[in-house]
Ligand binder design. Structure first.
Ligand code: HC1
Ligand code: SF4
Length: 572
């Protein structure tokens, strides 16, 4: 430990600390903008400058290391003026139409900072060019809002290893863009939205589909059905300033009913269905000498990454559609038939923590007889805004249950939303099938947690199942390269986003002042595991609605009818 002084307060801190970390120990949060823990630690925006005794220049607290005897001053007139000038220069170049901005209602870091620094006047005349927007199916880039913090560049390049956005040009002409000015959609961008998740302003956001959803709700000829992904329930409360990771399933269902959806279903049921199919596929491949490892296919950002980077391994992907797509296909067949509704009049909305799901739902592979499984995908954030827009006081709502005939899903479906969850859900079912019994111990700790790549060998009946789990595309790349080089596994789970869906590109955004100190992934994951423990049924094959579905309609898992509706195929 080293002994330092901050604003006259003496303290001991570990020697690998930065000034930013040390100041936090004495309850001083130094303002930051480009800095985001574990994502972008480059000290370029100079918002966090402080005075260090003996050093003539101001120092960036986010990267400057502490050393023995150091004396730091965090709010001298020189420091305050430098921060203000830096912020005013950024503001002078920013399209500050806050009234019409998507980030303004909750979580704009630039606004928060202007407030914090009491900037009431911008003394500089910037060079505000109007640049065209880049609008894709999933993602919108607005260069007029960009403040060049480079957090998106780092998330895309260093964490996801996709590297399709970077700094272009120099000086006043500097912009963040794709090579050759391409639209993001025309690059190997995976639509994962991790760039959105780290953007402090509205330079990156999802392409909104809320208007299409409202249109369907108000159309008297449409039967509008909504389903919600596992990870949405442990995050949407954050849009209303509730605790990070607080599970608000019942309130969410109430709100959806109040918005006017005809039925509210749980994508967790779709996840149970996926496990039935994927579990059967795994057993078939192991017994029948099929292509191994079997790799999960529910994360559409991962699928696109695989198509671009590992086209030679597409046959390893499970042919299962993702849970919400499967569920959509069931809604437009089994459910339509049961309710006596023409499938063409059913409008399926998926509420997802994910931006890539918008792209996925629009893929030609996700249709049955020319009808898309899912008609519109909105993110957790978009749903939060819809609820806010109509004036519903979300935190005060009572609880409601999901609608029948699908009712309550299993806990295995719930944990799909976090890294390792699909693997654990599959193991619960595969173990019971292969052992022909019902195991009492089915919490697979070895595949839980936020380690980048998790590897485990699990004994099931006479089989030693070699399993691997990766989350974040950088980790996925490492794991895939190992497999390509010959490392052997039976079953592999890959999720595009670090932490899995709980940290998807469509999830509520927390200010960096929060994210730099609290691991929001861990909070949301903990909450999903608690949800699992509360469920009456905790294994997918015990979900009564799913059992009935196979009995009445699908027949065998991985059988003919299931293949028509629930499976697909990706070609290079
Ligand atoms: Fe996911 Fe999935 S877990 S992919 O992260 O398999 O998006 O939550 O809905 O479909 O179930 C997302 C989450 C989600 C699907 C499921
Ligand atoms: Fe990169 Fe993902 Fe953003 Fe595409 S969506 S630019 S892959 S971070």
């Amino acid at each position: 430990k080293v002994h330092i002084t901050i604003d006259g307060i003496q303290l001991y801190v570990p020697e690998n600390y930065t000034i930013l970390q040390a100041a936090k120990e004495v309850n001083i949060t130094i303002p930051t903008l480009c800095f985001l823990k574990d994502v972008n630690e480059i000290g370029c925006c100079r918002m966090c400058v402080v005075e260090v005794k003996g050093s003539r220049a101001l120092q960036a607290a986010c990267v400057y290391p502490v050393r023995e005897g150091m004396e730091v001053y965090t709010h001298t007139p020189k420091v305050i003026e430098a921060r203000k000038v830096n912020l005013e220069l950024i503001l002078s170049n920013h399209d500050a139409m806050c009234q019409t901005c998507t980030r303004s209602w909750m979580d704009c870091e630039l606004q928060a900072l202007a407030n914090k620094l009491s900037v009431s006047n911008v003394r500089f005349e910037g060079d505000k060019k109007r640049l065209p927007l880049d609008v894709g199916v999933s993602i919108v880039r607005d260069p007029n809002k960009c403040i060049l913090c480079r957090r998106c560049v780092s998330a895309c390049k260093n964490i996801q290893t996709v590297a399709v956005i970077d700094t272009m040009n120099r000086g006043f002409d500097t912009v963040i863009g794709s090579p050759f000015g391409l639209k993001l959609e025309d690059t190997p961008c995976t639509n994962c939205g991790q760039c959105i998740n780290v953007c402090p302003v509205a330079a990156l956001h999802e392409k909104s589909d809320a208007d299409r959803v409202w249109e369907a709700i108000y159309d008297p000829n449409k039967h509008v059905v909504v389903q919600t992904a596992p990870a949405v329930r442990v995050a949407i409360g954050e849009e209303f300033n509730m605790n990070i990771g607080e599970a608000v399933t019942g309130k969410m269902v109430t709100a959806l009913k109040m918005l006017g959806f005809d039925r509210v279903f749980d994508t967790d049921t779709g996840a149970d269905l996926t496990i039935m199919e994927e579990g059967a596929e795994l057993i078939d491949r192991i017994r029948g000498g099929g292509k191994l490892p079997l790799i999960t296919s529910c994360s559409p950002g991962w699928i696109k990454f695989c198509e671009h980077n590992f086209p030679d391994m597409l046959d390893n992907l499970s042919s299962c559609k993702s849970p919400h797509q499967m569920f959509g296909a069931i809604l437009k067949s089994y459910y339509a038939e049961k309710e006596g509704i023409d499938p063409k009049d059913i409008f399926v909305v998926s509420v997802m923590p994910c931006t890539a799901k918008k792209f996925e739902a629009a893929r030609p592979e996700m249709q049955v007889d020319g009808l898309p499984d899912v008609d519109a995908v909105i993110t957790t954030r978009e749903l939060g805004k819809m609820i806010y827009d109509v004036g519903i006081d979300f935190p005060d709502l009572g609880d409601s249950d999901f609608d029948n005939p699908f009712g309550e899903a299993s806990g295995a479906g719930a944990i799909f939303g976090t890294t390792g969850g699909v693997m654990e859900a599959a193991l619960r079912t595969v173990a019971d099938i292969l052992n022909d019994s019902s195991a009492d111990n089915f919490e697979y700790e070895e595949v839980r947690g936020l380690e980048g790549i998790k590897i485990a060998t699990i004994q099931i009946a006479d089989l030693k199942v070699r399993a691997a789990v990766a989350h974040g595309l950088g980790n996925a790349r490492k794991l895939m390269e190992a497999i390509r080089a010959g490392e052997q596994f039976h079953f592999v789970e890959i999720m595009a986003c670090p932490g899995g869906c709980i940290n998807g590109g469509g999830q509520p955004l927390q200010l960096s002042d929060v994210r730099n100190w609290i691991d929001i992934k861990a909070e949301r994951a903990k909450s999903l595991y608690q949800e699992d423990r509360k469920m009456f049924t905790r294994k997918s094959h015990n979900n009564p609605a799913v059992k009935k579905l196979y009995k009445e309609f699908l027949g065998m898992a991985n059988g003919k009818q299931a293949h028509k509706l629930l499976h697909t195929h990706y070609t290079p």
